[in-house]
Design a protein around this ligand. Structure first.
Ligand code: MF3
Ligand code: CO
Length: 290
């Protein structure tokens, strides 16, 4: 990499001089890299203007999930959820990010019971009492991407499934609490995984989160089963999702090869997931979409 003059504009695009912006930051990153740690590339670091854009996108995502919360009910098809998400997103000036993404046919993912993620909305899937469903919403707003998901419980949900939904939410919260600059993504994932294990649940190994903001899926890949002190260094300006998939049974999964998208638990037991988009800050973390 070219060495940037101390009085030149910072690489982050803030418009500030390098010496007043990311010079000390780069030195600190270099120190971790020399110790053999994975460190973020400059293109993973968002500047204040980009963070503001992702924050606004996140507000649309939040409003769409609130709208789903107000309207979801027993007897509704997941296709209807898709219509709710698409119309609300567009009404707020956004674009549903999933629609047409790598050929994905709908505006949202709706994953019911043993569906781990990427359930495709359908007229054939009618929500019934006792179902748990993850609604995963992603928005493009003024070119900025946000991504979050919540669980909804339909009618009378049994104790086991209801507990799974709660544990999955707590796993996400443990992850959020472990986001601190100059620590590692593995520290965050260990907090998530430990909570799942303590509650007799398992975390899906083969699927994870991702950087997000200027594109739908950016580096790094975010694992929720990595040990403490491993994976990428977290630094201020990084934006990624915390979205552990939590299973009641084993972590094993399989892909629906008819539709090429939907992931199911191998043992047929239920799975739950909550997702936030977070930014690493100087102090800890900011939740940009929930
Ligand atoms: N929010 C989902 C994720 O990050 C979106 C998957 S891509 C889609 O895993 F096309 F299925 F939406
Ligand atoms: Co995601």
């Amino acid at each position: 990499m070219e060495k940037l003059g101390r009085n030149e504009p910072c690489w982050c695009g803030s418009g500030r001089k390098y010496k007043q912006c990311h010079e000390a930051f780069d030195e600190k990153i270099k120190h971790f890299a020399l110790q053999g740690h994975m460190v973020p590339e400059h293109d993973m670091i968002k500047n204040p203007e980009q963070l503001a854009g992702i924050r606004e996108s996140g507000l649309v995502n939040i409003a769409v999930l609130d709208y789903v919360a107000e309207n979801i009910r027993e007897g509704m098809t997941t296709e209807e959820i898709d219509r709710l998400v698409e119309s609300k997103t567009r009404q707020l000036g956004g674009i549903p990010a999933p629609l047409g993404y790598e050929g994905y046919p709908k505006s949202v993912c709706t994953s019911v019971n043993d569906e781990v993620c990427h359930g495709i909305p359908s007229e054939a899937v009618v929500l019934k009492s006792g179902d748990i469903v993850n609604v995963d919403v992603s928005t493009i707003y003024k070119g900025y991407y946000s991504d979050s998901s919540r669980m909804y419980q339909i009618g009378e949900v049994d104790e086991e499934k209801s507990r799974l939904v709660r544990v999955a939410k707590e796993c996400m919260e443990k992850g959020i609490a472990a986001v601190k600059p100059w620590t590692f993504l593995g520290d965050m994932s260990d907090a998530v995984n430990t909570h799942a294990r303590e509650n007799g649940c398992s975390i899906v190994i083969d699927m994870g989160g991702h950087g997000v903001g200027l594109a739908f899926h950016e580096d790094p890949f975010v694992s929720y089963v990595a040990p403490k002190g491993t994976e990428m260094l977290m630094v201020p300006g990084m934006v990624f999702t915390i979205e552990p998939m939590v299973n009641l049974g084993t972590p094993d999964i399989y892909l629906d090869d008819e539709n090429g998208w939907t992931i199911y638990t191998e043992d047929g037991k239920p799975s739950a997931q909550w997702e936030v988009t977070v930014a690493v800050t100087e102090e800890g973390c900011e939740i940009l979409a929930y």
